[in-house]
Design a protein around this ligand. Structure first.
Ligand code: M6R
Length: 604
């Protein structure tokens, strides 16, 4: 999804903007641009496609003195991915970059057009710069004009604006889309829509809150809140660790992230287990008081982990649990009762639909909890309580280690609640904890397994579709396996509960229909096996993933024998992730940045 960077200082502004945009590349984009104001003159460059095209266009552009600059990677919402639609957008003497959606842009555009303004792009963003320049003619200062403009916009935005009428200033506003400003000892100021571009440049950062707006010069940050009250920035130390942002010799970030899952889960568990209980120091003691029900809400992969949680919460903790897709929940006028704990799950903590459901729950007076990978993200800052998944920066658009860490947290939380609710005896709680400690070894990728999947992948490059099937928690894993394959191979895949096949989908069975069957030993093995036999009898090509050899399968990926189905879950997760990866590699696709997808979906 779109990314923003900004800079005020004396260093090489062009390089700082381009390297900042590079850090945001993984979020997905289809065009990029920068605008730099130096010696009273603007230079702006835009290019469709990858950043390398913008780098090529700017190779003779030199920024060697004090300048202010803004940059943007665009993921098209209003208007095609063309150079004209790429940001920054120009007025007469100002440029703007914007993430989010201006909902009233059509009305504003109509008024401005009636007044004689010519629009060059099809974007909603362009109205911001024209509205600002209209206001500039009516008010005394650029800041007054900017403030008035912000108050005229409806929707979600993170905005940076630079103008010749205030040469040493960047104007900013944030509402619904993330943005932060960073400082250092050299009096430089950096802006970005997430903290990665600032690592290594800034010592401290301020995360803007919804409604914040103001301006920044090289020696001041002037800020107001949504009630127009002056506000001091609240700086936090920025981490200096960029190691995780590199590929470490793996072919793709996704591959590295699959391999990392063992250490990631060890981190997720760290300090949260004793032999007798699961400990979440970060949870207020009162969080579960008066709670009779849990509602989980998320999108995509995070939604799949939420479904797995619903099985565990009901099975182990005996708490009534329901799961919702965030984009549906927000518009279906749901009934929200105060004895429900509202839990949102998000890798990024910025997904627009999920964030909105969190706001709805808060407005309805429910207690809220977020399971999230990004500290200081919008959701973490908003929820009553949060649990960080500690997966580290996830760069592959197709989520892997975030999912693994989310399911781990849910398993832990279900046992934490089982202890609290007295729904499992101490022996069973201790056994569950012992099993959790085995997750890191169950998700270690062995050379044999990876080699086998690599070889097998060549047989799954065609056909008219894939069914991933499983029962119980292996159903959300089937959904997740199908999503992974779809995202990076562009092949059609669906996840189904194994028992559902005969209610319709089995009509598609033939040799060109590939069934990826999750057959754990310790959960409904016989039932699942019968479902696969039904598909096999109708000549679907079967790839069985199981510790138990299965003679009706065309292909068989043998997993280890584990003591419990949850450990089988984690190993099978690894198998479906690697299978998608290797199919995608054989098809020659861009594994880390699949077409049409964005890492962080900050628009609805
Ligand atoms: O950051 P979130 O977990 O809220 O993101 C939700 C989905 O957009 C995300 O899981 C998406 O489905 C991934 N591309 C899955 O690989």
């Amino acid at each position: 999804m779109c990314g923003i960077v900004g800079y005020i200082g004396e260093k090489n502004t062009k390089d700082i903007l381009l390297s900042g945009l590079k850090e945001l590349e993984y979020r997905g984009y289809d065009s990029a641009g920068i605008a730099v104001l130096q010696d009273g003159d603007f230079q702006s460059y835009k290019a469709v496609g990858k950043l390398v095209n913008l780098e090529e266009k700017t190779k003779d552009f030199i920024t060697d003195k004090f300048a202010v600059g803004i940059g943007h990677t665009r993921w098209a919402t209003h208007g095609k991915p063309t150079e004209l639609n790429a940001h920054p957008h120009l007025g007469e003497s100002s440029y703007v970059v914007h993430n989010g959606i201006i909902e009233n842009y059509a009305e504003l555009k109509q008024e401005l057009t009636n007044e004689g303004v010519t629009f060059l792009s099809q974007t909603d963003t362009e109205v911001i710069v024209h509205q600002f320049e209209k206001n500039l003619k009516l008010t005394n200062t650029a800041f007054e004009a900017f403030k008035q403009t912000i108050h005229e916009l409806h929707g979600a935005y993170a905005i940076l604006l630079v103008t010749k009428s205030e040469e040493k200033t960047i104007f900013f506003a944030k509402n619904g889309s993330p943005m932060l400003v960073g400082i250092n000892a050299e009096d430089e100021k950096y802006f970005a829509s997430s903290d990665t571009p600032l690592i290594g440049h800034c010592s401290d950062v301020n995360y803007f809150e919804d409604g914040d707006y103001g301006y920044v010069t090289n020696d001041a940050i002037i800020m107001y809140d949504k009630e127009n009250r002056a506000k001091e920035p609240s700086f936090k130390k920025l981490s200096t660790n960029k190691l995780s942002a590199q590929k470490d010799g793996y072919r793709f970030f996704m591959e590295k992230e699959i391999y990392e899952q063992s250490s990631v889960i060890a981190d997720t568990l760290l300090g949260r287990l004793t032999d007798k209980e699961v400990v979440f120091d970060e949870l207020p003691a009162s969080l579960f008081e008066g709670i009779n029900e849990i509602k989980l809400c998320a999108c995509g992969t995070s939604y799949h982990s939420a479904i797995s949680a619903s099985y565990m919460f009901e099975r182990y903790s005996k708490v009534k649990t329901s799961v919702e897709v965030a984009s549906e929940f927000r518009y279906r006028e749901p009934i929200m009762s105060k004895d429900t704990l509202f839990v949102v799950i998000s890798q990024s903590g910025e997904t627009a639909d999920t964030l909105e459901t969190l706001k709805m729950a808060k407005r309805a007076g429910l207690k809220t909890l977020v399971i999230c990978n990004v500290d200081n993200s919008s959701m973490v800052r908003l929820a009553d309580a949060f649990i960080l998944t500690r997966a580290g920066v996830e760069k592959g658009v197709a989520s892997t280690k975030a999912f693994a860490s989310q399911v781990t947290i849910f398993w832990m939380l279900s046992i934490y609640l089982a202890k609290r609710n007295d729904t499992l005896n101490q022996d069973e709680i201790s056994r569950q904890i012992r099993l959790m400690r085995e997750i890191p070894s169950s998700v270690k990728v062995s050379d044999d397994m990876h080699e086998k999947i690599k070889r097998l992948s060549k047989r799954y490059l065609h056909g008219h579709g894939f069914f991933f099937i499983g029962r119980d928690v292996f159903f959300p894993l089937a959904l997740e396996g199908a999503l992974k394959l779809k995202e990076i191979s562009y092949l059609h895949a669906e996840g189904y509960p194994s028992g559902e096949m005969k209610h319709g989908p089995i009509a598609l069975a033939d040799p060109e229909l590939f069934t990826i069957a999750l057959l754990p030993q310790h959960l409904l093995y016989e039932k699942s096996r019968s479902n696969v036999e039904e598909l096999s009898a109708r000549d679907s090509t079967i790839c069985a993933i199981s510790p138990i050899e299965f003679d009706k399968a065309d292909d068989y990926i043998k997993t280890k024998t584990h003591e419990d189905y949850m450990l089988e879950f984690f190993e099978m997760m690894l198998v479906v992730q690697l299978l998608s990866l290797e199919i995608s590699v054989r098809l020659g696709n861009d594994v880390d940045m699949p077409r049409n997808l964005a890492k962080s979906v900050t628009v609805e």
